[in-house]
Design a protein around this ligand. Structure first.
Ligand SMILES: CC(=O)SCCNC(=O)CCNC(=O)[C@H](O)C(C)(C)COP(=O)(O)OP(=O)(O)OC[C@H]1O[C@@H](n2cnc3c(N)ncnc32)[C@H](O)[C@@H]1OP(=O)(O)O
Ligand SMILES: CC(C)C(=O)C(=O)O
Ligand SMILES: [Mg+2]
Length: 570
């Protein structure tokens, strides 16, 4: 790269607009949308779409709700010409949809383009000519006047054809290609001349489309250019002001949004930002940006994955997993603090209140996505994500103390997986298996064989007759207390006490199960452990949780468990 890029590159000139209004405006309604997936998108593919793929894309664009669709560059190829003919002759165009076709301002190409529209109910004829100094001088070898005459001749040719074919409702669209690199006064004069020559009226306005053919400046500069035109065009009331941003600097969406604030009525672009080079502006992002501000975009992306599938199959191009609103990973949090916040957000969610879940700017369900992938666990994850997966997949609600402890267990398992060159991610099923190995069967040193709970004659005291095995010996004892857990501990007759206890239902109905969690500490305070139990019966679950905690307590792991019980009995 150059140490002094200013020798090679010049900053883009900024229009003189000190009293610009757009910064304090807001977008309050959806613009008119035009999809150019079948033209600008199509012309930028390795392999332009065949007729079948074009039909598939057209049907989908109609289903999404586009009312204006640029379907072809009919003079470019027989495929494009035939596609337009098929749409018209086979009546594929819904009554509320208008097709558009693009052509250079050259007489034989205009003629072929008009021929393709024979019999259309309504059609937009889109004429373009590049207007910037570089194009005038280098590409065309024309001065301003010659460029003007070239486009006006094409407008007149189209006008004559339109007058001769009143069975079609004709709409003229003009694009000064490279508008954003054109002197504003020249662009304005040219557009005024086109509107005059066509005879645009407030009832039948001309679409003046101002492209950022190659994005060259920050979006505010484009907004200034659009506002300048909006305020200086002679016949604003006879014009639908349209924008056509490309994404060379990666800011096409911002440019389109600021352009709408600056006075544009209409936006041309492609789904997922397909199109020349870095693409046209992404209409899905634009529309869903409106949606998340509470504005109806008038386009339906309720099954975004199906739309993505059709687009990738038609274009043969992938969609980035980070693509706004649709990428595979855009509703997924791996990192611990994000997962924690999302989990808390879902827990506190009021379905009647406005959406405000941390890290999720839109409800994935609105786009047909599920919450399944919202949280995925890898080495960057913490307790929140682990707990979320176990709760959503198994209804297992871990108490905070268990969450903290189990997150450490998961982290160690993840490190082992990583060192063994295995996947760095853990599914809900893998987490559950690890939970079971950690808490439900940590060792078989002590196993509960049977327990019977009864209420004593006083009607208050609980008694438990428990049978368990430890270190190969079988024990059977009875205990009593003011509750089942106290009675069970009394039966075990060990120097331990309960520090904390929590239980919750995992499922409801006939297959209902409950989970119980307990923290035990030895009377001398030297050893402590947490345990868990899952059972159809909550009392059995709590007894298993106690056995689980004993099995996980170092005092019982290092000693011979049978000795511990013998010792406790004497
Ligand atoms: C920014 C955009 O996306 S614009 C749309 C671009 N899309 C396409 O080009 C796809 C379809 N295009 C094609 O199939 C072909 O270019 C055709 C059929 C239109 C024309 O093909 P050709 O006649 O072989 O010309 P070619 O493709 O080389 O285009 C360059 C010629 O068009 C002229 N030209 C380019 N744009 C325009 C225009 N808008 N109006 C008038 N003439 C133009 C150039 O000056 C050049 O003329 P020259 O050959 O006399 O120097
Ligand atoms: C033909 C015009 C509208 C175009 O695609 C562009 O300038 O990018
Ligand atoms: Mg373009």
């Amino acid at each position: 790269m150059l140490s002094q890029p200013s020798r090679k590159y010049r900053p883009t000139p900024v229009p003189d607009l000190p009293d610009r209004q757009w910064p304090s405006r807001r977008i309050e309604a959806a613009p008119v949308w035009l999809s150019t997936d079948l033209r600008d998108g199509n012309q930028a593919l390795f392999e332009p779409m065949d007729t079948a793929r074009k039909h598939r894309m057209f049907r989908m664009l109609c289903a999404i709700g586009f009312k204006e669709i640029e379907v072809a560059f009919p003079s470019a190829s027989q495929t494009d010409f035939d596609f337009v003919r098929q749409l018209i002759e086979q009546r594929h165009i819904p009554d509320d949809v208008t097709i558009a076709v693009l052509t250079q301002a050259r007489p034989h190409l205009v003629a072929r383009t008009l021929e393709s529209l024979q019999g259309a109910r309504r059609a937009i004829v889109h004429l373009y000519i590049a207007t910037s100094p570089t194009f005038r001088e280098t590409v065309f070898g024309m001065n301003r006047e010659e460029v003007t005459q070239q486009i006006l001749a094409a407008v007149e040719q189209t006008r004559r054809h339109a007058d001769a074919h009143p069975e079609t409702e004709w709409v003229l669209e003009f694009s000064p290609e490279t508008f954003n690199a054109t002197e504003p006064e020249f662009a304005r004069d040219l557009c005024d001349a086109v509107v005059d020559r066509w005879g645009g009226t407030p009832e039948q306005p001309v679409i003046i489309n101002l492209p950022a053919t190659v994005e060259m400046a920050t979006p505010n500069v484009y907004a200034d250019q659009i506002e300048w035109m909006h305020r200086h065009l002679a016949h604003r009331d006879r014009i639908v002001l349209s924008v056509h941003p490309h994404n060379d600097r990666g800011t096409a969406v911002a440019a389109a949004e600021l352009a709408l604030m600056a006075g544009a009525d209409r936006v041309e672009g492609c789904l997922f930002g397909q199109g020349e080079r870095t693409g046209n502006v992404d209409l899905i992002t634009l529309a869903l940006n409106l949606y998340t501000q509470g504005i109806d975009p008038q386009l339906d992306f309720g099954d975004i994955d199906a739309i993505a599938r059709v687009c990738t199959e038609c274009s043969q191009l992938p969609i980035s997993p980070r693509h706004p609103y649709v990428g595979d990973l855009v509703y997924t949090a791996f990192s611990g603090s994000h997962q924690d916040a999302i989990k808390k957000g879902f827990a506190a969610r009021d379905p009647d209140a406005p959406w405000s879940i941390p890290y999720l700017p839109i409800d994935p369900a609105d786009l047909g996505r599920t919450y399944d992938a919202v949280i995925r666990v890898n080495s960057q994850s913490g307790k929140g994500g682990i707990a979320y997966l176990l709760e959503t997949a198994y209804g297992l609600r871990l108490p905070r103390r268990i969450q903290i402890e189990f997150a450490g267990v998961v982290q160690q398992a993840m490190d082992r997986q990583h060192q063994a060159g295995q996947s760095a991610e853990m599914s809900a099923a893998q987490l559950m298996a690890l939970f079971e190995a950690t808490y439900l069967a940590p060792t078989t040193a002590i196993t509960l064989v049977e327990s019977r709970l009864a209420t004593a004659a006083d009607g208050v005291t609980q008694t438990v007759k428990a049978t368990w095995e430890a270190g190969g010996a079988r024990f059977e004892r009875q205990g009593s207390g003011n509750g089942p857990i106290a009675a069970f501990l009394d039966a075990l007759d060990l120097p331990v006490r309960v520090q904390w206890y929590e239980e919750s239902a995992m499922t409801q109905g006939s297959d209902a199960r409950a989970s119980a969690f307990v923290g035990l500490v030895t009377d001398d305070g030297r050893y402590s452990a947490q345990g868990a139990g899952i059972d159809a019966n909550i009392v059995s679950a709590s007894f298993q949780a106690i056995i689980s905690a004993l099995n996980r307590m170092d005092a019982f792991r290092v000693a011979d468990p049978a000795m511990a019980f013998e010792a406790a009995a004497h």
